[in-house]
Design a protein around this ligand. Structure first.
Ligand SMILES: Cc1cc2nc3c(=O)[nH]c(=O)nc-3n(C[C@H](O)[C@H](O)[C@H](O)COP(=O)(O)OP(=O)(O)OC[C@H]3O[C@@H](n4cnc5c(N)ncnc54)[C@H](O)[C@@H]3O)c2cc1C
Ligand code: SF4
Ligand code: SF4
Length: 1020
């Protein structure tokens, strides 16, 4: 495994920077990180580049940044401000001290409703701001697709633009003032010129210098600066001679903050932003226009824009098909289509009253009739339907990004902006250019402003760089011909700063350099971006340069599905295992992370619970994937199973949130299993880890003497001893061993007779059997009440350990004991195969156990037998919901004393879309109002929360939303949770605070059955 390093170590400890690190540590209270893995995690953004930063500072306050700038100035160290690092052009990577202000500098400072402005720190995330503004009836309308992670500091840095920019403009149109810190230590508030009359002498000198450049270059500005609204390249020198078709200020006056907007951290550090807010639109309506060709859609865009919509967004045929391939999205997209269009345009109208947008839809329908496309518009006035369609559009992009193989959709001409009149020809000609270079692109997004997104598929490890330049040159010639902007949304960074001179000419390029030097004479702020740039195809800056190789490692799990190559022209992927990855596909799976930063989101989804409590890049899916990638390619040293990787994975609770929520399907839980396998081989396991892993083996003995096994929670001092010796948190109770285990019970044994006729085979996991046997009994009762013949799964007769209950192997997997897990899996497959073969449903109760049969079993080398088992395995709620939907289940249920139930979903339930069935089944209980707790991971996650080292993080995860929701629930509300860990966490978390016992879904159904039986006098 520890083969010789295949390529140079990029993340060497930087000897010359010891002085910098030491001085920073003395000067600041925040985190100072100079270790190779931390630097490696800040070496990339959502671009194709990778540059080793000198070090990383996570400041705890603005004062930290001031102090750090003083040190950097003294030592002449460059500085690179960073928010979420979701930039696509490489503007957030560089050989500098990276300052990540997203963790602590994220306060919303003040709202001024009279002035309609809000003041924020740079690390505030757009969704966070808009959620805060909503109760005031306001919003900040620059609605970038990355709204869940993009920070306002980064959005200002990039002059970001949203889907509705046609109505609201870009960042530059919505920033009122910037409180900035310059690299020489000067602090100033940059805003309207009229408000800067009393600037300090050094700031006045700076402003005078800028104005002189503006006056001198007046004619050149008029000649060279594109007039399209979507122009974000270079500096906004047109503040001095307005060019944009949407002026930055209403009266053409100068606002110096606008020079800082779009400056990509090259001029100053933004300490605070004052933003213009808008009233939330009360009503929206969506018209979906279906077109027979992409060309026709582009031709009509101008006419549509003339109707005054708030958005006109394109979805092309490929995206439509990708969306239709997903069963969940198919009905949504189908509802928006008439026939088989080659493209659709989503045309949105907003208004203060409900009728306004609807009347505009009438206008749209009439217009399309006039344009010769009658009947082409699908009207959507329902807010939920509109949201569903916008979500589909986003998902289509995600599917595109999840292309496996080394060829990836590369962003470098993704946001050229051309005047609407030229859009049809631009799209047509660029498509031909792609074809000429052996690739293709999918078109989508902002038709309204002439900024269509398109990413040709290129392989940067092979001939991608040459093709990138060739395509960029041909595209730029077209952009020039059409008088458009080469950089229309995502900024310049490393991929397009080279093109600034091409776009603006030598005079303005020199003027930009002068502007840079006036603000930052020492050249410390994010050097090499916008001015004095490197070439876009400088391979030494690539994340995957030609010759990129990975360590040859023998993997424990089967990653061959990722070990493929794709052909963009034929749209085909080579067979599994043919991709040439020395790590057998594991490295390629890890490389699926394209750094878009979506795992930093805080919405209702699961991903990523550890980041939600720590806000550290290291404890983020992206940070973990980057650490793995660097380790797998030998960039952190020759040893893949290193402590730095272990540290990065330590707080991963294996919730599989990323498996579902990550746009490219990065499955860190599976990756952690693989890593832990290598770690165990290299370093062994601790006693506690071995003990927990082997629990299914020693459980029968522990359950035989429950009075002894349960002593730890009874004897004074035993908890403390357990913490000292085993690392089990003393604050925790342990699950209670039961003598009346389910599988030891005679009635379960009697099910053996029904074995061959059973419709349902109940897979009773270790936890249910030994700790909560009543759940299995309830399951049997419910299934039988539904008329099913139930058999309880047991080991095959020829199983060498036929007396030991079946086990999914999860505890072994968590410890990286993959061989032991495979042994358990083979027992399960062997035992259940005959039942699967005769069409029985395999039903389980514990999500993490049952879903192992559907997930990890498939990558354990068990072939078709495992595949067939996975297709026949269901959580009990999935089975019951399906049967009810298909009219085969009619349980006699009666109302319960409780009228409300709150459901907390287990993370794996969420990852496998098994929450809606749980809701559906609970809603079968008459009169029960069932609500979902919008929560991420409960924090217990198997043994994670029991460990002393993780107790604090575990409780903080629970306190994010789960425990507050349980506390707020009325005493007569049922708390429902299907995960054994989740129930335990709720139990522990509510101790001393009005104890609440959470129930498995089947227990609720069992009670409703009993209630029905009582009411009709029939015993059940
Ligand atoms: C899938 C995907 C979709 C995207 N969609 C859009 C979109 O719809 N519209 C759009 O405009 N962009 C989009 N982007 C690009 C990117 O998400 C946006 O530009 C976003 O606003 C960047 O925010 P951030 O917090 O990640 O900034 P970062 O990437 O961290 O930083 C951006 C720039 O701002 C500078 N900066 C950050 N903070 C400061 C500060 N305090 N002081 C000075 N300079 C600072 C940085 O140095 C850098 O140059 C998309 C990116 C991806 C990956
Ligand atoms: S792990 Fe997924 S969501 Fe996170 S940055 Fe990578 S690709 Fe994006
Ligand atoms: S499995 Fe869960 S905790 Fe681990 S990286 Fe994915 S989302 Fe985060």
């Amino acid at each position: 495994m520890n083969a010789p390093t295949p390529q140079p170590l990029l993340f060497q400890p930087t000897r010359g920077n010891a002085d910098l690190a030491a001085r920073l540590r003395r000067a600041v209270a925040g985190m100072v990180m100079f270790d190779p893995a931390s630097r490696g995690r800040y070496a990339t953004d959502a671009s194709i580049y990778q540059v080793d930063p000198i070090g990383v500072l996570v400041p705890s306050s603005a004062a930290d940044v001031e102090a750090a700038l003083d040190v950097c100035r003294d030592l002449r160290v460059p500085v690179l401000p960073r928010g979420a690092g979701s930039s696509q052009c490489g503007q957030t990577v560089g050989a500098a001290l990276v300052i990540d202000h997203s963790k602590h500098l994220n306060r919303i400072v003040a709202l001024d409703k009279d002035a309609m402005t809000v003041m924020v720190e740079p690390g505030v995330v757009l969704d966070q701001l808009n959620a805060w503004l909503k109760p005031h009836g306001l919003w900040f309308p620059v609605d970038v697709s990355t709204s869940a992670q993009a920070t306002l500091g980064g959005m200002a840095g990039n002059n970001s633009c949203g889907s509705r920019s046609i109505a609201y403009g870009n960042m530059v149109h919505n920033v009122h003032a910037v409180d900035a810190l310059l690299s020489d230590g000067t602090q100033a508030r940059f805003g309207p010129a009229s408000e800067m009359q009393s600037a300090s002498p050094p700031v006045r000198r700076l402003l005078d210098g800028l104005e002189a450049i503006g006056a001198r270059e007046r004619d050149e500005i008029a000649l060279r600066v594109p007039t399209v609204m979507r122009r974000v390249g270079g500096y906004n020198i047109d503040v001095f001679n307005p060019q944009s078709e949407r002026p930055y200020t209403t009266n053409g006056s100068v606002n110096f903050a606008h020079l800082l907007v779009g400056s990509e951290g090259t001029l100053a550090w933004t300490r605070q932003l004052t933003l213009n807010v808008r009233p939330l639109p009360a009503h929206r309506a969506l018209g979906v226009v279906n077109f027979p060709s992409l060309y026709r859609a582009m031709q009509c865009t101008q006419n549509l824009v003339a109707l005054g919509p708030s958005a006109v967004e394109l979805v092309d045929r490929t995206m439509i098909e990708l969306s239709r391939a997903n069963p969940a999205f198919r009905p949504v997209i189908d509802a928006a289509l008439t026939g088989e269009p080659e493209a659709i345009l989503l045309v949105e109208f907003t208004g203060g009253d409900a009728d306004g947008p609807l009347r505009r839809l009438d206008d749209l329908v009439a217009l399309m009739g006039d344009l010769g496309l009658p009947g082409s518009v699908i009207r959507m006035s329902d807010a939920a339907a509109q949201k569903a369609l916008w979500d589909v559009r986003k998902a289509g992009l995600n599917i595109m990004m999840s292309l496996r193989g080394d060829g990836k959709p590369v962003s470098f001409i993704e946001d050229c902006a051309v005047p609407l009149a030229h859009l049809p020809d631009y799209v047509d000609r660029l498509t031909q250019i792609f074809r000429k270079h052996g690739t293709r692109g999918t078109w989508y997004a902002h038709a309204s402003v002439g900024t269509l997104h398109v990413r040709p598929i290129l392989d940067m490890r092979r001939d991608g760089a040459a093709k990138m330049r060739a395509i960029a040159e041909e595209a730029s010639a077209m952009v020039r011909e059409y008088k458009g902007a080469f950089s229309g949304e995502h900024g310049d960074g490393l991929v397009r700063s080279e093109w600034v001179a091409w776009q603006f000419g030598p005079r303005l390029t020199r003027a930009f350099e002068e502007i840079k030097d006036l603000f930052d004479p020492a050249g410390l702020m994010n050097p090499g971006k916008i001015v004095r740039a490197s070439r876009m195809d400088d391979a030494s800056l690539f994340r995957f340069p030609p010759g990129y190789r990975t360590l040859p490692i023998a993997t424990a799990l089967d990653w061959s599905a990722w070990n493929v190559q794709n052909d963009p022209l034929t749209d085909t992927v080579s067979p599994p295992g043919t991709g040439g990855d020395p790590a057998h596909g594991f490295a390629k799976a890890v490389e699926m992370c394209n750094n878009n930063g979506h795992c930093r989101k805080f919405d209702a989804g699961t991903m990523c619970p550890s980041y939600r409590v720590t806000r550290d890049e290291a404890h983020l899916t992206r940070g973990r994937a980057n650490t793995l990638r660097l380790a797998l390619s030998g960039q952190l040293g020759p040893d893949f199973a290193s402590q730095s990787v272990r540290d990065a994975l330590d707080l991963c609770v294996s919730c599989k949130g990323c498996r579902r929520d990550c746009p490219t399907g990065v499955d860190m839980a599976k990756m952690k299993i693989e890593f832990m396998h290598h770690w165990r081989q290299a370093h062994g396991l601790r006693l506690r880890e071995r003990m927990i892993a082997r629990l299914p083996h020693w459980a029968p003995r522990a359950a035989a003497v429950p009075w002894l096994s349960n002593l730890r929670d009874v004897i004074p001092g035993a908890k403390l001893l357990g913490e000292k010796c085993l690392g089990l948190a003393r604050q925790r109770t342990l699950p209670r061993w039961r003598r009346d285990t389910f599988l030891g019970n005679r009635s379960a044994a009697s099910d053996r007779q029904q074995e061959d006729e059973a419709d349902v085979v109940l897979f009773v996991d270790t936890f249910t059997n030994y700790f909560e046997p009543e759940n299995a009994r309830a399951a049997v009762a419910v299934l039988r009440a539904g008329g099913y013949r139930v058999h309880v799964a047991r080991a095959a007769a020829d199983d060498a350990q036929s007396n030991r209950p079946l086990c999914c192997g999860r505890t072994f997997l968590a410890a990286g004991m993959v061989d032991e897990a495979k042994h358990e899996a083979r027992r399960v497959v062997a035992a259940l195969a005959p039942h699967v073969a005769r069409g029985a449903a395999i039903v389980g109760l514990e999500p993490s156990c049952l879903l192992t049969l559907r997930d990890e079993f498939l990558v354990m080398g068990m072939g078709n037998a495992a595949l067939r088992l996975s297709e026949s395995s269901f959580l009990i709620e999935e089975f019951l919901a399906r049967e009810h939907r298909d009219g085969r289940l009619d349980l006699p249920l009666a109302p319960l004393p409780e009228s409300r139930a709150l459901l907390h979903g287990h993370c794996h339930q969420k990852a496998f879309d098994a929450l809606s069935p749980a809701l559906a089944v609970l809603r079968l209980v008459p009169g029960l109002d069932v609500q979902l707790i919008e929560s991420s991971c409960c924090g217990m996650a198997g043994s994670f929360g029991f460990e002393a080292a993780h107790y604090d993080v575990s409780m903080r995860m629970a306190e994010l939303s789960l425990l507050p929701a349980v506390r707020a629930a009325a005493a007569d509300t049922l708390i429902v949770a299907d995960g054994t860990s989740c129930r335990h966490q709720i139990d522990d978390g509510m101790r001393g605070a009005g104890r609440r016992q959470a129930l498995h879904v089947v227990r609720v159904l069992e009670r409703a059955l009993a209630a029905a039986a009582r009411s009709d006098g029939i015993p059940r």
